[in-house]
Design a protein around this ligand. Sequence first.
Ligand SMILES: Cc1cc2nc3c(=O)[nH]c(=O)nc-3n(C[C@H](O)[C@H](O)[C@H](O)COP(=O)(O)OP(=O)(O)OC[C@H]3O[C@@H](n4cnc5c(N)ncnc54)[C@H](O)[C@@H]3O)c2cc1C
Length: 423
Amino acid sequence: MESISYTERIPVRAGVYDVIVAGGGVAGVAAALTAVRDGKKALLIEKSTILGGLGTLGLINLFVPMCNGRGRQIIFGLAEEMLRLSIRHGWAMVPSDWRNGQPDHPTEQRYVARFSPAIFALVLREWLEDSGVELLFDCIVSGTVMQGNHCEGVVIDGKSGREFIRGKMFIDATGDGDLMRRAGVPTVTGDNFDFYGAKAISLESCQKAVKTGRIEDAITGISGGTVNLYGKGQPADVPLWHGTSTDSTNQYLSHNQRLMLENVKKLPNEGFEIVTLPGMLQTRTSCRIDGEYTLKADDAYRHFDDSVGAICDFERRDFLYEMPYRLLIHRGFDNIATAGRCASGEGYAWDLLRVIPPAIITGQAIGNAACLALDSGKGIDQVDVPSLQRMQADQNVMVHFDDALIPKDLEHAGEWTNDFGHV
Ligand SMILES: Cc1cc2nc3c(=O)[nH]c(=O)nc-3n(C[C@H](O)[C@H](O)[C@H](O)COP(=O)(O)OP(=O)(O)OC[C@H]3O[C@@H](n4cnc5c(N)ncnc54)[C@H](O)[C@@H]3O)c2cc1C
């Protein structure tokens, strides 16, 4: 491609932030909140107008299971706090055994929660603002200013034009690796099957809601692409999407919005309405850090010395994993790290890491790591892991799973439990 170079003088925002988080999905929210709770000055920059990312703007309003499928909760910490926050106002769907938290008896019901995406987005804003996180919406992080592998600050594009913001620690929670790619951190791009879903209502769904007295029954869906995470039904003539190039993004939107309209045209004009189109691409695995370690599906039941949180498998009962800190960093980059969808996982392990509860725990871990790095004067790629693990544990994160939870008969463990919808 032809290229040009040009120079431009741009305004510098006053002050220096301890922690700058790019992207306000659940991972970014968790990272920024953790930083201010640890007493740091944190700024979160979000390109859209609301918080929550795929969980709200992307209409993916489901916390996948936070338990092992036998009645034992595995994922706690900020994921538990945010799940409870997501169902505090508006309608909520939590299985009966888990309504009041960890049940006192074994159960095969899995601990999931469905919530109102719009109300949760409003709640998240209030939560972060009241906690002292500074927020900049409608601003895209479009560049980084680097001294070698050290980031001096970010360039944002907003309505005032381009501006530079100084910071000490930078967390890429864009889901697409935008900050890392601009900073030269090694990344890996993912391939995504075709999916595009919106929220809709119909006369039938509204009648059902009136009958049951539950507003959530009024919501139905309509899709463009409908392919699940295993690729079932991927049309041969549709490319795999990655969401990390302008052209791929626009092709995805054009293809899927036309496909959705074709589906609308098949419906009667009266009695059907699309309530909300997704406000962002619904790509699961766009771009991740090429981390110091890359989690694999075969790492089930493996303990890691540098684990920052235990997680469960959202599809299969019993399966447990630990997330090593090395998933979030690339050595040599002393003040840039990542969390959420950009954590380093391979194949199905990337799926295990990117879903809402683990994404929140990696956000919490990197928020703590940034603070630890600042306090110790070490790079974020060199933090003292036992201290980080203590911070996570003090904040109610299960750092290592209990070996008593490993099934005796591994051959027959892992029964499929996904009866709760899309992931
Ligand atoms: C089709 C699909 C189904 C899914 N189903 C489930 C499910 O059922 N349950 C579940 O738990 N998880 C599910 N997930 C995964 C889940 O929703 C996300 O992976 C999870 O919310 C973690 O998100 P994140 O915070 O890492 O990133 P995201 O939610 O992608 O948030 C990134 C944020 O960064 C912003 N941003 C991006 N680039 C920039 C930039 N350059 N500057 C500033 N801001 C920027 C975006 O606007 C966004 O708000 C699904 C995902 C998809 C795509």
